[in-house]
Ligand binder design. Structure first.
Ligand SMILES: [Zn+2]
Length: 293
């Protein structure tokens, strides 16, 4: 009996052993087959997607439009970009409405900043904070106005004074005194009021990319020297005409004493890692809330 049970036990054990081996073998076959199918399917799926619409599902591959990488010391300080400020009908008649914020809209935008607790600061303050890794008052904002149009003196300046707002004028010095542009005396008057600071925007509003070193340096340094002479203030912050820049232009600026520059690249976060291409928000005729402010 004992022997018989032992034989039966051996047979059962052997049966279990065979069953386990068979299941393991079947598992190997199935998993290999699935892997094979999976690889084929992946290859078949991935081939047509090259250059086509991106896969909306999470993926380890980089997205087609990468988010800006904010490295280094960063501050969330919107830099608003204006050109002309005047009655919009007047701008339409002069064919530059697309570069104009209507004077009534501009005043409402300034009132909005005040009502939301924003504090307007000069570009020097933003640059100083980034370089020295200092904080700024909460809700600091930088207002920039490019090129030096006469309507900034006629219309915007009145609103700046009325609401005690600071603005930064990016000046192409060679254009001053021409029709449609402010005069040196108007610029000096605005700077002396304490509401305005002026910065280098080249001499003739020339893009610097693709220009010879000689021409680019002439454009940068002529405006710098004229502003320093007229306004008695060191110039070390720049704004790129047309927003165009490259590594060579940045090197030329650094070699000529510049420590920061404004681009037209969008965004409200400023970092010391891109201090030579700080970001700006192009403002048009909508309420500032439409621009994320
Ligand atoms: Zn410009």
């Amino acid at each position: 009996m004992k022997k018989g049970r032992s034989v039966v036990n051996k047979l059962i054990n052997y049966g279990i052993y065979l069953a386990v081996v068979a299941m393991f073998a079947a598992y190997l076959v199935i998993s290999t087959t699935n892997d094979g199918l999976g690889t084929v399917a992946a290859a078949r799926d991935s081939a047509p997607s090259i250059g086509s619409a991106p896969d909306p599902s999470p993926s380890s591959s980089p997205p087609p439009t990468p988010e800006p990488v904010y490295k280094g010391y960063c501050l969330n300080v919107p830099v608003l970009m204006y050109h002309h400020v005047e009655p919009i009908e007047q701008a339409r008649a002069a064919w530059h409405a697309q570069l104009t914020v209507d004077v009534g809209v501009f005043e409402n935008q300034m009132k909005y900043l005040i009502s939301r607790g924003y504090k307007t600061i000069f570009a020097d303050e933003l640059v100083d904070a980034l370089i020295n890794k200092r904080s700024l008052p909460a809700k600091s904002v930088v207002i920039t106005m490019d090129d030096g149009y006469s309507d900034i003196y006629t219309y915007a300046y009145e609103i700046l004074k009325k609401h005690d707002i600071r603005a930064n004028l990016m000046i192409s010095t060679g254009l001053l005194e021409n029709p449609g542009y402010m005069t040196w005396n108007q610029l000096k008057q605005m700077v002396q009021s304490g509401h305005v600071t002026a910065y280098d925007h080249t001499w003739s509003h020339s893009s610097l990319v693709g220009k010879s070193n000689e021409k680019a340096i002439y454009e940068i340094v002529t405006a710098k020297e004229q502003l320093e002479q007229q306004l008695a203030k060191n110039q070390n912050i720049f704004a790129y005409p047309y927003g165009t820049y490259d590594s060579r232009v940045i090197s030329l600026l650094r070699e000529n004493g510049f420590i920061a520059a404004f681009s037209t690249d969008g965004g409200t976060i400023q970092c010391d890692s891109f201090i030579m291409s700080l970001h700006r928000v192009r403002v048009g005729n909508f309420p500032l809330s439409a621009y994320g402010i």
